[in-house]
Design a protein. Structure first.
Length: 566
């Protein structure tokens, strides 16, 4: 990174070198350096807070949020320690300016040299600088993995130059035509994934009383399994959800496909996997080619609607919604200004109530998707925080408690509606969260563990209060739901029917720097940069470890290859 910064002063120096000046004044260099010191100090403090939330350094994706949706980016950062951030920024700034003023010379004297010597010296200087940029003589240029040295991932990430990593991420984000995850031949990877989805028969356990219920799908912001008592042993945070879980059908071993909402929305509605550092939402022309639950339902007579209290343009949600047969979109532009009380938009209660109002005019059967937002940084609620505001853990519990209470209020009102008796309610989180336990790193499977619950009068009595304890993915909702409705679901090639007794039980997830793969109770996670296993809960079972790791590599490679071909 220092060599990149040095390139402009070096070119200026060589130009002056050839016009035979005895002395060159580098006064402009002071401005150049100070601008960079301000910029890099700002990136550094932003990086601290992004790493705390995402488990990865500032990258092109984070920069895209700040540029394209600045209001939402500010709302996300509102839970960061502002005073500490400002203090560190000032310390970095003043220290940088002092060192720049003390160390950098403003004048350079040129020795008398013949033209051939000047040419040779210039080539030597440019060559050395180029080698610094490239990282050496080796066949492979500089990469993130060169900075890795420890089994502790925090130390590895700390050793990686933040600004260089950001620049590398920006350049890589422009490419969508080459696969960065090639572990084996394309044919081998494809065959491996195909085997994972092979079943002896396409049967299903029918849990519904009807083939054409209304469907209301709640995608709950950060509603990690750790918030609940039934899955996470946390008392008093989600009492209403825990009560519903004893009356519906709970899928207890479901894992989110990624760690952000854009990945959760695509995983849930399209059954499409995450792509490591890539995200399909950045390419709307590709995103519109993948199937979605809403399309299948619309083709079979359903009226579709989407409700969100925030800005639907955020992360290209709107592009996905409007290209996948949703006839009605309600977002923050559909609410009165008085209802825009949180930094993200309308609180969950307002959005849930709006769906009740609109549903009175829906032709049945209908499919409504509700994306909640209150349980998101900066963790605001309309009124008193149930667990106080002393830290982010308390605030996170409070917003989760609020969303949980909104679910109950919604269902109580829905029971008064004529469509209630014929409606299936599905509750699933968009992704997990480090809170409230505040102990699982980005590469640990517990970070991705989420609840998925089917609830409603349309569920057969013998399945109410039951649990499905097989390992599954958020991606599997598409095939599971459509199979219950006797609808074709083979277009969802990355989704499996969890109520088919013959399917293999596995889940895949990824984050910016790696992936995880779970088969039954054995999980292995892998760092794509350091090329090492980060987590293995059964290290003594080497055969199983190798098989799971191979499956995970094949899955990520095939998913990205599929994305390229869209």
């Amino acid at each position: 990174m220092a060599a990149y910064i040095n390139a402009i002063p070096l070119l200026f120096f060589i130009f002056q070198f050839f016009i035979a000046k005895k002395e060159i004044n580098f006064k402009w260099l002071k401005i150049y350096n100070r601008i960079l010191i301000v910029l890099f100090s700002l990136i550094a403090v932003i990086n601290f807070n992004i790493y705390r939330e995402w488990g990865s350094k500032i990258n092109a994706r984070a920069l895209g949020f700040a540029i394209n949706t600045p209001n939402e980016a500010l709302a996300s950062s509102a839970s960061s320690p502002i005073l500490l951030t400002v203090f560190i920024f000032i310390v970095l700034l003043l220290t940088g300016w002092y060192l720049e003023n003390y160390w950098v010379k403003r004048k350079i004297l040129f020795p008398k040299m013949a033209l051939p010597a000047k040419i040779l010296a210039s080539i030597l200087l440019l060559g050395i600088n180029f080698l610094w940029i490239r990282g050496g003589w080796g066949t492979a240029p500089n990469s993130q993995s060169m900075a890795y040295f420890s089994e502790n991932q925090v130390l590895n990430h700390a050793s990686l130059n933040t600004e260089w990593n950001l620049m590398s991420s920006i350049l890589a984000s422009k490419k969508a035509d080459s696969n960065p995850y090639v572990y084996m031949s394309e044919e081998t990877a494809s065959a491996q994934v195909k085997e994972l989805y092979q079943t002896s028969s396409d049967s299903t356990i029918k849990i519904l009383k009807t083939d054409k219920p209304n469907i209301v799908l709640f995608i709950l912001e950060s509603f990690t399994a750790d918030l609940t008592y039934i899955l996470g042993q946390e008392k008093g945070i989600t009492p209403h959800f825990d009560s519903l879980a004893h009356k519906g059908l709970l899928f207890s071993q479901i894992y989110a496909t990624g760690n952000r909402t854009d990945k959760g929305v695509i995983g849930t509605l399209a059954g499409y996997p995450t792509l490591g550092t890539g995200s399909i939402v950045k390419w709307p022309e590709k995103m519109q080619k993948i199937p979605a639950i809403s399309q299948s339902l619309h083709q079979n007579g359903y009226v579709n609607s989407f409700f969100y209290g925030g800005e639907s343009e955020f992360d290209n949600y709107k592009a996905f919604i409007l290209s996948h047969d949703y006839q009605l979109l309600i977002d923050k532009n559909s609410f009165d200004k008085k209802d825009m009380n949180s930094k993200w938009g309308a609180y969950d209660a307002i959005v849930f109530n709006r769906q009740i109002q609109e549903a009175q005019n829906f032709k049945q059967p209908f499919f409504s998707t509700i994306l909640s937002l209150t349980n998101h940084e900066p963790f605001e609620v309309p009124g008193v925080h149930k667990f106080g505001t002393q830290d982010n853990v308390a605030k996170f519990k409070s917003t989760a408690y609020y969303t949980d209470s909104c679910i109950t209020a919604y269902l109580n009102e829905a029971k008064k509606q004529p469509w209630y008796q014929n409606t299936l309610f599905i509750f699933i989180a968009d992704h997990g969260h480090v809170l409230p336990k505040n102990k699982y790193d980005i590469f640990e499977p517990q970070r991705y563990h989420i609840p998925m619950l089917f609830y409603g009068e349309v569920i057969k009595d013998e399945f109410k209060g039951k649990q499905i304890n097989y390992t599954g993915s958020q991606q599997d909702l598409a095939a599971t739901l459509l199979a219950q409705l006797n609808l074709k679901h083979d277009q969802f090639t990355w989704s499996k029917n969890l109520l088919n007794p013959n399917v293999k039980h596995f889940a895949y997830f990824s984050w910016d720097n790696g992936f995880g793969f779970i088969e039954n109770d054995h999980c292995v996670t892998f760092d794509n940069v350091g090329k090492s296993i980060l987590y293995n809960n059964q290290p003594n079972d080497k055969n199983s470890t190798n098989q799971i790791l191979t499956n995970g590599k094949a899955y990520l490679q095939s998913a990205y290859q599929n994305f390229i071909k869209l």
